[in-house]
Design a protein around this ligand. Structure first.
Ligand code: DAH
Length: 374
């Protein structure tokens, strides 16, 4: 084997100039150790310590080079130099080990604090939305009618005065026109109103669908009422209209009883009291049996019905001949009945809601009470 270039020359392979002939004196080794210990003490985190380790205990560190240089010393000096460098490296490695432990302990402690999870924090769950109690009530009422074989009809909220009043036998100067506090839509000559009731859909359905006809109309209605516990300018009604041969008030009564049962429980019936509406003759106000006391005498007056045993629900009657005629229906052959009641009132009684304003204020906590009904 030919002699290598390093042999006998530089003690380092590769001829690294920085590492040529490291001094192997006690002072110089001690100086390296002192530098290393100082750097170790200064290392503020594990990454910093890694660099210090590389610089002071790595392959190219002064002490590693010194160690390698021992091989080039004359035989008798090797043992002492080996001991000197070996002890020096041992001290540095120990110091590195201790600092490593300290820094790891600091890191672990910091992680415990920084990454701690507060198991008592309420989870950020999104609350479920709910359908509004009025929507659900109106749908339940309409469903009860569909269950009796009726169809659902709808009409516009901005309605022709003719449908809202004229077709329903309200004379131009009929005082009943003032009975309802109407929102008139400008310009006045356009003859448009915000419908004051769902009854205009009676005429619309008769004209569109013809007879025989059984339609229920849930919908939004408007009157110039101030908002208070029992009034709101925007409210909802359920209208019913049945036109056929041979219909009588007994059919009206039976239909209302079924609807009352569907909304307030088995055995709840309706009653009729004489009243006046231009579009029905005879006309009646309908009440339903109080679903709390059921008309039975109680020790203190029932709080739901005020002790009367009945709760007012809406208006009804036999459809006026003039309405049938306005819609091209022969009153000699076809008769019918109609009714209309408030959805708000129905929901309030069904759920014990005391103040109508709660229905429209839109507080999700209010609506959430009624649960989810699809
Ligand atoms: N439209 C009436 C109102 O809003 C209620 C009503 C009464 C409707 C009698 C009817 C009816 O269909 O026959 O006050």
């Amino acid at each position: 084997m030919p002699a290598g270039t390093d042999e006998g020359g530089s003690p380092r392979e590769g001829g690294d100039p920085a590492s040529s002939a490291p001094a192997l004196t006690e002072e110089s080794i001690e100086a390296h150790v002192a530098q290393a210990l100082e750097a170790i003490a200064r290392a503020g985190d594990l990454d910093g310590l890694k660099e210090v380790r590389l610089a002071h205990a790595g392959d190219r560190s002064p002490l590693a080079l010194a160690n390698r240089a021992i091989g080039g010393l004359p035989g008798p000096e090797k043992a002492a130099a080996g001991k000197l460098v070996g002890q020096a490296r041992g001290r540095v490695n120990q110091a590195l080990g201790r600092r490593q432990q300290e820094l790891e302990a600091e890191r672990d402690e910091r992680i415990l604090v920084e990454e701690a999870m507060d198991l008592t924090v309420a989870p950020g769950r999104r609350p479920l939305g709910r359908r509004h109690v009025l929507t659900v009530t109106a749908e339940r009422m309409a469903d009860a009618m569909v269950g009796m074989g009726w169809e659902i009809a709808e009409g516009p909220q901005v309605e022709a005065e003719w449908f809202n009043f004229d077709a329903l036998n309200f004379d131009k100067d009929h005082p009943a026109r003032q009975m309802q506090d109407t929102f008139f839509v400008e310009p006045a000559k356009a003859g448009l109103v915000l419908r004051t009731h769902t009854s205009p859909v009676q005429a619309r359905s008769l004209l569109e669908r013809g007879v025989p006809l059984y339609v229920a109309v849930p919908g939004k209605t408007f009157r110039t009422d101030e908002l208070d516990a029992t009034h709101t300018p925007v409210f909802h009604q359920l209208e019913g209209l049945a036109i056929d041969e041979g219909l009588t008030m007994a059919h009206l009564k039976g239909t209302l009883d079924r609807l009352a049962e569907a909304m307030f429980g088995a055995g709840i019936v309706s009653r009729l009291r004489p009243a006046y509406f231009p579009f029905t003759e005879p006309s009646a106000e309908m009440d339903f049996r109080c679903f709390v006391c059921r008309g039975e005498p109680t020790a203190t007056p029932c709080r739901t019905c005020g002790g009367t045993g009945w709760i007012e629900w809406g208006g009804c009657g036999m459809v006026h001949h003039n309405v049938l005629r306005a819609c091209g229906v022969d009153p000699e052959r076809y008769q019918g009945f109609a009714f209309g009641m408030g959805v708000e009132r129905t929901a309030m009684f069904r759920h014990g809601i005391a103040d109508m304003r709660e229905l429209i204020e839109g507080d999700v906590r209010f609506n959430a009470q009624f649960g989810m009904e699809i």
